[in-house]
Structures are given as C-alpha cells and as structure tokens.
Design a protein around this ligand. Sequence first.
Ligand SMILES: C[S@@+](CC[C@H](N)C(=O)[O-])C[C@H]1O[C@@H](n2cnc3c(N)ncnc32)[C@H](O)[C@@H]1O
Length: 347
Amino acid sequence: MADQVSRVIMAEADRIGIDPGTVVVIDDQDGSLLLAAAERWPEAELRLHCDALDEEQTCRAAADRAGLRVTAADDLGLATTGAGLALARLPKGLDALELLAGAVARASDPEVVLIAGGRVKHLNRSMNGVLERHFGEVRGSLGLGKARALVGARARPGPEPQPRRAAVDGLEVVAYGGVFAGASLDAGTRLLLAQAPRFPAAESAIDLGCGTGLLAVALARLDAATKITAIDHSRAAVRSAVATAAANGAADRIDVRRGDGLVEVADESVDLIVCNPPFHRGTAKDSSTALTMITDAGRVLRPGGELWLVYNTHLPYRSALRRSVGPTEVITQDRDYLVTRSVKANP
Ligand SMILES: C[S@@+](CC[C@H](N)C(=O)[O-])C[C@H]1O[C@@H](n2cnc3c(N)ncnc32)[C@H](O)[C@@H]1O
C-alpha cells in the first residue's frame, strides 16, 4: 500500500507535467516517494521532512543506499522554503494537514503545487476544505487501486496557524498539528494522572511517549527535585510538550527530547517511568512499540525503580511487564483502561 500511495502521487505529478527546481517530500514512510522523486527529477534539489522519527530514519537510510543527496530539514517552514513541488502523505488529522498545507502555501515558490496522497478510506471532504484555505485551486486525482491524492495549486499564503490551547484538569495544554489527543486529555491519561499522588519519590523520571507532555507537567508539580525528561518520536509532540511545559511554568523543569522510546537512555539510570504507550503505528493497530518500550523500561530502570503504565484493558501486556520489569499490580481500572505499577526487581 505504501507503494500505491507513492505511485498515485507520482502519477498525478506526471499528469501535471511539472519540472521543479526543488522538491520537498513530507511524511514519506518508507523512502518510496523520495526515491521516485529522485528518479523523476534527477536535477532537482530534494528535501525531506518527517514528523515521525522512525519514518525519517527509514527514508534517510533508503536515500543513503541509493546514493542520493537529500537535505533533511527539522523545520517544516525551512523544508518548504522556495520549493516548487511538495509531495506528501496525507496526515491522519485535519490540524496536521492545516500545518502542512499552510507551510507549503506560505514558504514555497508562488507557483508551488502540493500533491498529498493517502488511502481512499482515510480521505474525507473536510480535507478539501483545509486545502481550500491555503490554495485557490483544489481537486482530487484519479484513484489508483485503494489510493488517491488531493492536489492544491495557486497558493494563498496566510499567517502561521496558532496552536490549540485548553485548560484540562487544572493543567494548560498546548497542541500543535497532529499531536495525540490534541488540546484535550485522553481518558487513559486522565486515569493515570489521577494516580500521580501515589507515584514514588524519584530523582529522575521519564514521561515516555509524552505527546503534549501533561504527565511530565504532573511529575514536575509533584516534586521540585525530580529531573524530568519527556520523550516522543513525533515533532508535533515535542513542539507541543515544550509549549505545554512553558504554559504551566515548568519549562526549566522538563527536558523534552525527540527520540525513539528509551533507545538513548542509559541502563539502570531512571527511578520512575510513566507512560500511555502508542497502540497504533500510522493508521494500523500495533502493539510492537509498546512492547519494545516495556522491554527497554526493564533495562533503564534502577533496581526498585517503577514503571506506571496505562493501557486498554484488552491488551495482553501483563506477562511482558512481569518478565521485563518485575512484579506488576493493577492499581486501578475502569471499563476501558487499566493502570499498572511494575517494580524493577533486584538482579
Ligand atoms: C497514546 S499516545 C500518549 C501521549 C501522551 N503521553 C498522552 O498521554 O496524551 C502515545 C505517544 O507515543 C508516541 N510514540 C509512538 N512511537 C514512539 C516511539 N517509538 N518513541 C517515542 N514516542 C513514540 C506518539 O507520538 C504518542 O505521542
């Protein structure tokens, strides 16, 4: 399917017959779009911008194997600056599409064309509405199998959209783009947050898969001495968590990092991990990242350290928690979620 989305985007570019000096590829998942663009426009400058770290790493590796020169840009505004063509995978949410379309319309060549593709079942009319705010001409492509693209031309540059803000359970949340739960509190996170007074004293704590970072802010309020790190692989999450920390007066308390789970965290270096793990990868249900997080929590926790996890009641994580971390108890449960506490066993 990844291929089919790339192919529908490239077919549309062919139909338009565009010859851009700079092509920006946004949220490619596997490098197929990047490689196709390199083959089609060998003289063009190629830029890459991905929200998710794993997708970015996969695309960079594919580019390296193919010997391509690609500029990977951290900032979407920089990635799109001066681009004549933007090829993108449609994000899941409308706020993320708003950010993407706005950046392309604002920073690119005035003649820029945006071609954004996805699976037909993930496309909806509201996406056209978002594109129409940033482009004078918006239309759908022909379908290819189960994939289709939306095309935006005649850019209408506007101001950068402001993040969403809200007050939730005594905390201020700031949400950029497609960050998980947006400017609201996920029901699972709410259940875990309610247990915060029972979290153990900790010199160092991690909010793993932090999203907007509300759990990290709760940790900062609990103990002024705890060194807190918030980690997420998504750029939108990192940007949101930085802003949420600042909005709650905790900017100097929380070190927000873009990272792949606990990969860069040293063995036996952490006292407390709190986590509402991902249960999707892209649009598909997938527990593999959550299970990797559990395994790695067992590695990075100090003996006696604790992992507090919230997850859907039907997910079979308890044996992994016992095996990788140690004794595990259910602290609370409602119809949909349960909160577990796992204590790292002494070696
Ligand atoms: C269920 S959401 C929870 C977000 C936030 N903690 C909350 O409770 O609102 C899971 C989060 O994990 C992040 N995530 C997914 N894969 C990741 C990975 N490999 N490394 C770090 N974060 C990841 C997602 O971007 C998402 O923000």
